[in-house]
Design a protein around this ligand. Structure first.
Ligand code: EPZ
Length: 445
C-alpha cells in the first residue's frame, strides 16, 4: 500500500497542465454503449476510476483500445449480449451506476449492482430509478442488483421527469436519465436537472453522436428521442476539481504557478471565494517564469492559462457547498485546509454530503483548530500546521491532507494514497514538478 511522504514549507512554482475531467469522462465512456459504432475519447485522465471503467465496459462486451499513454480511448461494442455490471467491479467504483441508463436504452435490459455507500455518506440511487421508471422502465431490486427492463417492444418512452432530491439534483442521475432518453420514443423533459459542466459536456458528446438535447447545463433539459446514434470523436473538458486543487496548493504554500488548460468558466464560485481569501488567479501572459507560450485555445474560457499567486495573509470566509454553479462539494476539504491557515474564523457548511468531514480529525492531528457542529465546521485559523502521520479516507479528503502537508512545518505521512489515485493522475509527480518535496513510498503491509 502506498504512502506519500511530504516535507512541507516549499513554495510551489512552475507550470502544470490540467487533465481531462474524471467526472465528465466516466459517463462519456458509458455513453459509448449507446451506439454500434466506435467512440473515441481524448484527454482521458489516467486514473484508477477510468481504468475501472475500462474493465467494466470490457465486461459489458466492449473492446477498448487505449493510446497516447492511456489518454485516448477508442471504445467499440463487440458483444451486446452482456448486460450485467457485476458487484465485484461496481463495489470498486460507485460511479459504475452510469452504465444503467445506456444499457437500458440500447439493449432493453440491465442488471447493475447497487453501488452501496462510501466514506462521504450514503449514496442512494432513488432519483436515478425514479427517472428511468418515468421513461417506462420496469425496475426491481434483486439480491443487491438493480434489474431494469424496457417496456415490451424494447423502447423507452419520452416523459416529464423531476430529479430534485433533498440535497438538490443528482449529477450521475441526470446523466443516466439523459443518456436513456436519447433513444426513447418521443420527447423527455428533465426538470431540476443537475447543471454541472460535466453534464453539459456529456450532452455535447451525445449531440455529436446524433442526439437532440437542448438545455444541458440548465435545470431543464429537453431530449427529443432518435432511432439510433452514430460514433464520434470527443475531447473531455478539463477537470475543474483538479484545477481547483492545484490552485489551492499554490495558495496554501504562498506559491506562484501557471495552470494551463484551466476551465475558469466552470470555476466562477471557486475563484470568487478564493478572491475574498486573497488568492489571485489572473490570465497568464505566457511570459511567466519557466513558461512556454500558452497552449492553443488559451482564450477558450474552458481552456485558459492562468497564473496563481496569493497574499501571505489569508482572509477567513464562509463557505457553503451547493450544486453547480455554487461552490463544489469536491473542493470542500481542500478549501478547509487552506482556511485552517487564514487570519481568523471561517465557517464551512456541507449541503451536499453532510457527513463529508472525515478529513477534519486528520487535519486536527496537524494542528488545525476546528469545531464540527452537524453539517458545519468552524475553522479557527492557526499560524502554522505541523506535519504528522495521517490517514486518507476518500478521494477529496486525501487531497485536503496533501495541501495541509505541503504547508506544514516538518514531515507529513499520508497513508492509503490509493484514494488519491482514483481522481488525480500521478499527483506526486505533478507536485514534484512544482518544487514540492513529496515522495510516493510503498509500504508493504
Ligand atoms: C457526482 O456524484 C460526482 N461523481 C461526485 O464526485 C460529486 O461529489 C457529486 O456528483 C456531487 O457534485 C461523479 O460524477 C463520478 P449526486 P453523484 O447524485 O452523481 C443525493 C469525486 O470526488 N442523491 O449528484 O453520485 C446524494 O446522496 C466524486 O469526484 C439522492 O438522494 O452525486 C447527495 O447527497 C465524489 N438520490 C446528492 O444527492 C439519488 O438518487 C448529490 O449526489 C442520487 C443522489
Amino acid at each position: 500500500m502506498d504512502t506519500f511522504v511530504i516535507k512541507g514549507g516549499r513554495r510551489l512554482r512552475g507550470r502544470v497542465r490540467v487533465n481531462g475531467a474524471k467526472n465528465a469522462c466516466l459517463s462519456q465512456m458509458a455513453a459509448a454503449l449507446l451506439t454500434d459504432e466506435p467512440v473515441t475519447l481524448r484527454d482521458v485522465p489516467d486514473l484508477r476510476d477510468t481504468r475501472n471503467m475500462v474493465t467494466l465496459l470490457e465486461s459489458l462486451g466492449c473492446q477498448v483500445q487505449a493510446a497516447d499513454d492511456f489518454h485516448q480511448h477508442k471504445i467499440s461494442v463487440t458483444d451486446p449480449s452482456q448486460s450485467v455490471a457485476h458487484y465485484n467491479i461496481v463495489r470498486t467504483m460507485r460511479a459504475s451506476i452510469c452504465v444503467l441508463g445506456p444499457l437500458l436504452a440500447k439493449r432493453g435490459k440491465a442488471r447493475v449492482s447497487m453501488p452501496g455507500g462510501c466514506n462521504i455518506g450514503d449514496r442512494p440511487v432513488d432519483l436515478h430509478l425514479r427517472g428511468l421508471r418515468a421513461l417506462g422502465a420496469n425496475i426491481t431490486l434483486h439480491e443487491g442488483y438493480i434489474v431494469a427492463e424496457a417496456p415490451a417492444g424494447g423502447r423507452l418512452q419520452g416523459a416529464g421527469v423531476f430529479l430534485g432530491g433533498a440535497y438538490g439534483s443528482t449529477v450521475l442521475g441526470t446523466s443516466n436519465v439523459m443518456s436513456a432518453a436519447v433513444l426513447a420514443q418521443g420527447t423527455t423533459v428533465i426538470e431540476s436537472a443537475a447543471c454541472e459542466p460535466e453534464v453539459a459536456d456529456l450532452a455535447k458528446m451525445l449531440n455529436a453522436m446524433g442526439a437532440r438535447i437542448t438545455g444541458a447545463g440548465s435545470p431543464r433539459i429537453t431530449v427529443q428521442g432518435v432511432e439510433s446514434l452514430h460514433g464520434t470523436d470527443h475531447t473531455v473538458i478539463p477537470d475543474r476539481i483538479e484545477a481547483g486543487t492545484y490552485i489551492m496548493a499554490a495558495a496554501v504554500t504562498n506559491g506562484d504557478i501557471v495552470l494551463e488548460n484551466c476551465p475558469t468558466d466552470a470555476l466562477t464560485a471557486v475563484l470568487d471565494h478564493l478572491g475574498h481569501i486573497g488568492v489571485e488567479v489572473d490570465s497568464a501572459t505566457g511570459q511567466e517564469p519557466g513558461g512556454s507560450a500558452s497552449e492553443p485555445g488559451a482564450d477558450d474560457p474552458m481552456r485558459r492559462s492562468v497564473r496563481v499567486g496569493s497574499c501571505r495573509r489569508l482572509n477567513p470566509i464562509q463557505v457553503v457547498t451547493q450544486p453547480h454553479p455554487g461552490f463544489p462539494t469536491d473542493l470542500q476539504a481542500q478549501i478547509m485546509a487552506l482556511l485552517s491557515l487564514a487570519d481568523g474564523n471561517s465557517i464551512i457548511t456541507e449541503k451536499i454530503f453532510p457527513d463529508r468531514f472525515l478529513h477534519v480529525p486528520e487535519l486536527a492531528r496537524m494542528g488545525a483548530d476546528m469545531i464540527r457542529n452537524g453539517p458545519s465546521v468552524l475553522v479557527s485559523g492557526v499560524r502554522q500546521l505541523v506535519g504528522a502521520p495521517v490517514m486518507a479516507s476518500d478521494l477529496r479528503a486525501s487531497a485536503g491532507l496533501v495541501l495541509a502537508g505541503l504547508a506544514a512545518q516538518g514531515t507529513t505521512i499520508i497513508n492509503r494514497v490509493y484514494h488519491l489515485d482514483r481522481g488525480y493522475e500521478r499527483m506526486e509527480k505533478t507536485l514534484q514538478g512544482l518544487g514540492a518535496d513529496i515522495e510516493r513510498v510503498n509500504v508493504s503491509t
